[in-house]
Design a protein. Structure first.
Length: 665
């Protein structure tokens, strides 16, 4: 309910007859009406019920300026009291209704809201249009800096202000009243309602950014869960995973795709593995990464094309916790390599940075923390990788042999056929099954009682980290088979601790993968350089057989090497320089790349023992473990069910229980 105040001694009829033009004057009085709601937020009038007319004539303007609500109240003190008395006499029930509305704070009509129009927001009130620019640039509700323009008919006013500052609002109200011909009270009321609408819009936007999108995580049906559980319980689980990659179109690379899959699964461990896929350009490293990532739920992987130096520190507390952080090119994360190394080794990131206190405006020290652990997945074409980053990761080298190229060509041709299109449709179901299986995996503490009997090369200090990778590889294989074995429970200080046991089959699988994926880390030659060295040895050996000359006389040129291996001039030149620096070959003739002939310095027919990491044979490990059981009389385990004994040394499905008579013997 609004009250319209006429000049003293006039009612609506007298005012319309004496003041001309009547239509404009009545509209202005309606616009200046006072709301009777008190402290309750004022409802909006229908926009088409009241219109602001163009500037009136000078005589009418003078009369209206003298007869605004504030001026009339000053000139005629009786006006407000007598008008209220007259209103109460005419409609006492109306006054009671207004009082009840104010006291009970009844539901009022919806206030006008911000309407996005292009790069701006508009806010309309009774024919007055407010346009806001830059509202979305504010980071919170403590400050609302924007450019505000108000338009009333053909008159307008624009200014930059902070709606949260009283001084800015007062200045804008005064200038708006002066430029647009509005009363100060009307401009103040409009700006208050605009401030409320901006705060509500900003709060809704910040809340939407803070909360994860609903429905982003798909819920498995009972049939999908049963299908995924059957996969995890399959005795040949690792073979089925390899077959799933083949069915999805990733041919070859058996060791690489299984190692990358296990590394991504290790995100659920406290010390996950990290992977770098190293190859030449167009060899298929990105294809391998994409194929592996598609096997994991979308909400458990974060993928970037590049990262700035400080970007990791501001990702949020749990943004990366137990997730996969994939970066397409290691070069794109070169500035963030220090943060990546810390995140991999320490499992968390903490940075102290300066920022402005929103309350005082002073510069203060602010702390940002990112929780790990996180699995890091990188690809690179670089030959020389940062040593500190490489010794924290598993280095996978893409197969660049002609046989693998032929397999890829065959798969690319098949993709254009009917069978290829059918395979592409089936790939969605396979990837969905693999993602559902990952959702059923839970984090566990892994108990490896075989660990004291394991062996690893110790001739270099960097094997201290490589040995940890080997143990983590065993842990993740056991974690992947968690639905195929019973956990072990032990009481520690009054609480039950559950652990998942490691079996000999897990160690055998790790021993099959480790020499290739861990041996590359110990090799002083990058994988591509080692491959070129193999071509050099074949070339020299063939020349020795054909010419019947010793190895020292069988020199070769870069051109002959390019023809033998099919590599580009850039690749051959780059890796030849690496071999020269490490004294595997030597330049005997020519200089600056002109007429150069090289000699192979290592024995051509000698066997290479690169990638030797000194792992114990599983059969020998079983023998040592069984001998320790007999000597120490520990608790024995059969089918993962413990039998009480004098001590508890571990879990071993093949060990028999204690002998009980001749039958047991």
């Amino acid at each position: 309910v609004y009250r319209i105040k006429f000049p003293w001694g006039m009612d609506a009829n007298d005012y319309a007859r004496k003041v001309t033009p009547a239509a404009q004057s009545l509209r202005l009085l309606v616009n200046a009406a006072q709301w009777l709601g008190g402290a309750v937020a004022a409802p909006s009038l229908p926009e088409d019920s009241v219109h602001v007319a163009p500037a009136p004539s000078s005589s009418l303007a003078a009369l209206l300026v003298a007869e605004t609500a504030e001026e009339v109240a000053k000139k005629e003190p009786r006006l407000q009291g007598e008008a209220e008395t007259d209103s109460a006499k005419r409609c006492p029930q109306g006054e009671e209704a207004v009082g009840r509305l104010t006291n009970q704070q009844a539901v009022l009509p919806v206030a006008p809201c911000l309407v996005p129009v292009g790069d701006f927001h508009t806010f309309s009130l009774e024919g007055r249009e407010y346009r806001l620019a830059g509202l979305e640039k504010n980071a919170g509700v403590e400050s609302l800096k924007l450019t505000l323009r108000v338009r009333v008919g053909e008159r307008l006013h624009s200014d930059q202000l902070d709606l949260c500052r009283d001084q800015d609002r007062r200045r804008f109200i005064e200038r708006t009243a002066e430029e647009c011909g509005l009363t100060t009270e009307m401009a103040k009321r409009d700006l208050g309602r605009l401030l409320l609408a901006c705060e509500q819009w900003q709060e809704a936007r910040l809340k939407a950014q803070a909360e994860p999108a609903q429905g982003a995580v798909a819920v498995m049906t009972a049939e999908e869960e049963a299908e995924a559980l059957a996969l995890l319980k399959a005795p040949d689980l690792l073979e089925k995973i390899t077959a799933a990659f083949d069915a999805c179109g990733l041919v070859g690379e058996d060791t690489n795709k299984l190692a990358a899959f296990l590394a991504c699964t290790s995100r659920k461990l406290n010390r996950p593995l990290a992977v770098i896929i190293q190859s030449t350009s167009a060899a298929g490293k990105s294809t391998l990464m994409e194929a592996v990532l598609r096997m994991f739920p979308e909400d458990e992987r974060v993928k970037y094309s590049a990262m700035t130096g400080q970007s990791l520190y501001y990702l949020g507390e749990a943004k990366l916790q137990h997730k996969i952080l994939a970066i397409v090119e290691e070069e794109g994360a070169e500035k963030a390599s220090y943060a990546l190394k810390l995140l991999q080794s320490e499992g968390e990131l903490t940075i102290a940075s300066t920022g402005k206190d929103p309350n005082t405006g002073r510069m203060v020290t602010q702390q940002y923390h990112v929780e790990g652990p996180v699995m890091i997945f990188l690809t690179t074409t670089a030959i020389d990788i940062d040593e500190e980053l490489m010794n924290r990761c598993l280095v996978l080298s893409v197969d660049e042999s002609p046989e693998q190229t032929a397999r890829i060509h065959a798969m690319q041709r098949e993709a254009r056929t009917v069978a290829g299109i059918v395979r592409a449709e089936q790939r969605r179901d396979i990837e969905r099954l693999m993602r559902n299986a990952q959702k059923l995996l839970k984090p566990w503490k892994i108990a490896n009682d075989y660990a004291p009997y394991l062996t690893f090369a110790s001739d270099r200090t960097r094997t201290r980290r490589d040995h940890e990778k080997y143990l983590s590889l065993i842990d993740v294989i056991a974690l992947l088979h968690q639905h195929q074995r019973e956990p072990i429970t032990r009481e520690v200080n009054g609480r039950q601790v559950e652990m998942l046991p490691v079996r000999l089959s897990d160690i055998a699988t790790a021993n099959r993968l480790a020499p290739e994926i861990l041996g590359r880390c110990l090799d002083e030659l990058p994988p591509q350089t080692r491959r070129l060295l193999g071509h050099v040895r074949e070339l020299v050996q063939a020349r020795m057989e054909s010419t019947k000359q010793p190895q020292s006389r069988c020199l070769f040129s870069r051109r002959e090497l390019r023809e033998a291996c099919g590599w580009s001039e850039f690749q051959v030149r780059t890796h030849i320089e690496k071999l020269e620096a490490l004294e595997y070959i030597a330049r005997r003739q020519g200089r600056q790349g002109v007429g150069c002939l090289h000699e192979l310095l290592m024995e051509c027919a000698a066997t290479e023992d690169q990638w030797h990491i000194g792992l114990i044979d599983p059969d020998q490990l079983r023998h040592n473990y069984d001998a320790s059981f007999v000597q120490n009389e520990p608790c024995f385990v059969q089918n993962d069910t413990p039998f009480e004994g004098t001590s508890c040394a571990g879990t071993h499905e093949a060990v028999k229980p204690k002998r009980q008579g001749k039958a047991a013997a």
